[in-house]
Design a protein around this ligand. Structure first.
Ligand code: CS2
Length: 501
């Protein structure tokens, strides 16, 4: 398609009637939100909820999106005036895939931090900015996942402490941006993490204050008293966009969209109502403001992300490429359902109005969505950053109460087995993880040579992931037969044996 047929402000009016689009005056949008890490995940949730608040008439909340590493999002969206399509996909009662398309107008400006870090600091310092939100993934906090503390020896932290004008980590950008903001006499900010971390606001606050203390303790005191860091739980499955998705959405629009995002119909966002200044009315887009997000986070991290990771490692090793394919296999489905019911749910706090049985049933239906084609290898990435909050909290709670951990241990065993780098069909894949080289070396020196209590304990001794679980006898005892079975008999037979009990 030529440029006249590219999605942008000028071609908005030519879209088919079935495509929802901004009806407000985009030129009148102010920039109230700076977002660090403008990937697909944020574009399918926070931006969609903000779009609803803007559409209801509050034009103060345009978004300036920052990419922390690559220019690809800016390169795709800048020629589109920041517009992109959100495709909500599922299947009808006959199992036929269908989609609902909405062009989102909330993103006004896009920056690429490495090209111009100063512009990012200026945006954080700008008077209209009241909220800085983040989806930088677990590893973007430069913290130790086992303890939650900012790593002062992390290369990005070391770099940023020495380069106040050109930070490259989100934490460095926030601290130097706030320093600039205060120098200009502008008011306090709300810093809002949307990543899948327990107490994400508190993790962010601790990292920002730790970094600020290293820079200037008075700045740290001011941030601590002025700024707010609400915790939140966000839930929507957003698979990576493929070239096929781009072609299909562009075809339906009659205009080329270089980077649409895909999502499921389900959307949940529980956010603590703690803001330093005002905020959009995100309830217009399905969010709820809560007093304490912790129980919602725990529920979501353990039930959704915990089972997602379990399913991803087992599915990827069996050669099942997508989540719907994997959950369609009877032994895996039985296992995931029992994992929730028997091992995860008993560790969850009661939440008013929450019916765990329907939560579980609904989650299984979400996984079975055939229109998403969510890749198991996508979820399997960054395991070292994900396991602690997704799986190990449940494991610790159960071990403390001397309850069995067989099904939880199967997820850990599958992750260890995945480090082998080749699935049961003989296909090799890359381990995509910031600790990949240490972990694969560890695997080669231990489990690859044979499963034994010793080799399993050496794996469990990997402190950045397992922390105080090192040397745990009950967990070792659960892992040894599962790892042996995965290596010798493979995923399906192991699942069948676990399901037989
Ligand atoms: C997934 C999550 O990729 C992953 O690790 O588990 O992105 C998951 O799809 C979302 O958290 C669902 O809300």
């Amino acid at each position: 398609m030529t440029d006249e047929h590219r999605l942008n402000d000028n071609t908005l009016g030519t879209l088919p009637d079935s495509v929802a689009r901004p009806a407000y005056d985009r030129k009148a949008l102010a920039t109230g939100i700076v977002h660090l890490g403008i990937g697909a995940f944020m574009r399918a949730h926070m931006a969609a909820a903000t779009e609803a608040a803007i559409a209801a008439g509050d034009l103060r909340w345009g978004i300036l999106g920052v990419s922390l590493r690559q220019s690809d999002t800016r390169d795709a969206l800048a020629p589109q005036d920041g517009l992109y399509t959100l495709a909500i996909r599922d299947a009808d009662a006959q199992g036929q895939a269908r989609q609902r398309l909405q062009v989102i107008g909330a993103v006004r400006t896009l920056l690429v931090a490495p090209e111009n870090p100063q512009a990012v600091l200026d945006a954080i310092a700008a008077t209209d900015t009241r909220i800085v939100s983040l989806t930088v993934t677990e590893k973007g906090y430069c913290h130790d996942p086992a303890t939650g503390d900012l790593r002062l020896d992390h290369p990005d932290t070391v770099h940023d402490l020495a380069n106040p004008h050109a930070p490259r980590s989100a934490i460095g950008m926030l601290v130097y941006g706030l320093q600039r903001r205060y120098a200009l006499g502008h008011g306090a900010l709300t810093l809002m993490s949307l990543d899948n971390l327990p107490a994400n606001g508190r993790v962010l606050r601790a990292a920002v204050l730790r970094f600020a203390t290293e820079t200037d303790p008075t700045l740290a005191d001011r941030i601590a008293s002025d700024c707010r860091f609400p915790c939140s739980m966000v839930d929507r499955i957003v698979p990576k966009t493929t070239d096929g998705d781009r072609a299909e959405v562009s075809q339906a629009l009659g205009s080329a969209d270089a980077w649409p995002v895909m999502g499921e119909p389900f959307f949940d966002w529980a956010i603590e109502d703690q803001f330093a200044a005002d905020r959009p009315d995100w309830t217009r887009g399905g969010a709820r403001f809560v007093k304490d997000a912790e129980p919602f986070e725990r529920l979501k991290l353990r039930m959704v992300n915990g089972t997602h990771s379990s399913l991803a490692y087992l599915g990827a090793m069996a050669g099942w490429q997508t989540v719907d394919q994997a959950i369609g296999r009877a032994p895996l489905r039985e296992h995931i359902e029992a994992l929730m019911r028997d091992e995860i749910e008993p560790t969850l706090p009661a939440l008013p109005g929450l019916d765990l049985v329907s939560y579980r049933t609904n989650l299984l239906a979400r996984y079975a969505n055939p229109a998403l084609a969510h890749r198991t290898h996508q979820i399997a990435m960054d395991g070292s950053q994900k396991l602690p909050q997704r799986l190990l909290g449940t494991v610790r709670d159960r071990l403390a109460r001397q309850l069995p951990v067989t099904r939880m241990a199967l997820a850990l065993a599958a992750w260890m087995h995945y480090l082998r780098g080749v699935d049961e069909l003989g296909q090799s894949y890359r381990i995509d993880d910031p600790h990949a080289s240490e972990l694969t070396t560890l695997y080669q020196q231990t489990l690859a040579l044979g499963v034994s209590p010793n080799s399993v304990q050496t794996m469990l001794g990997y402190a950045p992931v397992f922390g105080d679980l090192a040397g745990n006898a009950a967990l070792t005892a659960a892992l040894v037969p599962l790892l042996t079975s995965l290596q010798v008999h493979g995923v399906v037979e192991t699942l069948e044996a676990v399901n037989r009990g």
